[in-house]
Design a protein around this ligand. Structure first.
Ligand code: 1GP
Length: 250
């Protein structure tokens, strides 16, 4: 059986620091030099792990960027957060093996996974299963559009809980509440609170988080890992990264 070393590292981060800060790196438009600089600054500021991926990539640099993130990240986990079957690379420590459980599109529930599984097996890549849920966030997001699936309504925490519990009963190792990259509205605290109370696996929350205060209130509500991407793509935004880390590592 393939080891679950990276998953254990994530569990240790949550156990040791209380919560984890994940930086999402979208490879589009990045050069290896930019990656080196961004990863070094992120580690210095207190980022615990890196996700690499995007729901819609225009550049063909995925492998190169994953390799560069891994080369710069030291002991910090580098995990692929795949938007499609094309986002697989042997250079990562692990891949988030997503099943889009909020939708009813069989392609994203099991189809793409069955296509990817033999490739991952041959690579001996660690796969971290994840019940992935899109949460309504104000406007249509790339993830909703590309996956051709409906998000869970923001005020329907009970529906989110039912899906999270089902994923946990099926043996999935993590749950991701996703508002979508650059979302107008982030995942509601009420929903995070309702879902987290019944889980014994890590709860990942991301999408549209733009201030340390917002990150902090997701943590208070029960998130274990906070994922931030878009915000740090803006010029000068890395200056606030330490504040985000402080808000998350309470
Ligand atoms: C997107 O949850 C992640 O999949 C991060 O979202 O880019 O909006 O921070 P942002």
């Amino acid at each position: 059986m393939k080891s679950d070393k990276t998953y254990q590292k994530i569990l240790n981060i949550v156990a040791d620091k209380g919560h984890g800060f994940v930086l999402l790196i979208d490879p589009d438009g990045l050069t290896p030099d930019m990656v080196r600089e961004n990863v070094a600054r992120a580690i210095e500021a207190g980022v615990d792990a890196f996700f690499v991926g995007g729901s819609f990539l225009m550049d063909k640099n995925f492998d190169e960027i994953v390799r560069e993130v891994k080369a710069s990240a030291g002991e910090h986990p580098v995990i692929i957060f795949p938007g499609s079957l094309y986002q697989i690379s042997p250079y990562a420590d692990a891949i988030l093996f997503l099943s889009l459980i909020s939708g009813r599109n069989p392609e994203h529930l099991i189809g793409a996974q069955a296509m990817a599984a033999p490739i991952l097996w041959k690579m001996q890549m660690e796969a971290i299963s994840c019940g992935y849920m899109l949460i309504e966030s104000g406007t249509l997001t790339s993830a909703e559009y590309v996956s051709n699936s409906l998000p869970i309504p923001r005020e329907k925490s009970g529906i989110a809980l039912a899906h999270a519990l089902a994923a946990q009963y099926m043996g999935m190792k993590s749950i991701y509440l996703e508002a979508g990259s650059g979302a107008q509205l982030s995942v509601p605290e009420e929903m995070i609170s309702v879902v987290s109370e019944s889980l014994h696996i890590p709860l990942i929350v991301g999408g549209g988080i733009r201030t340390p205060e917002e990150a902090s209130s997701k943590i208070q509500a029960g998130a274990d890992l906070i994922v931030i991407g878009n915000y740090f793509e803006k010029q000068g935004s890395y200056d606030l990264m330490k504040e985000f880390a402080a808000a998350i590592h309470v």
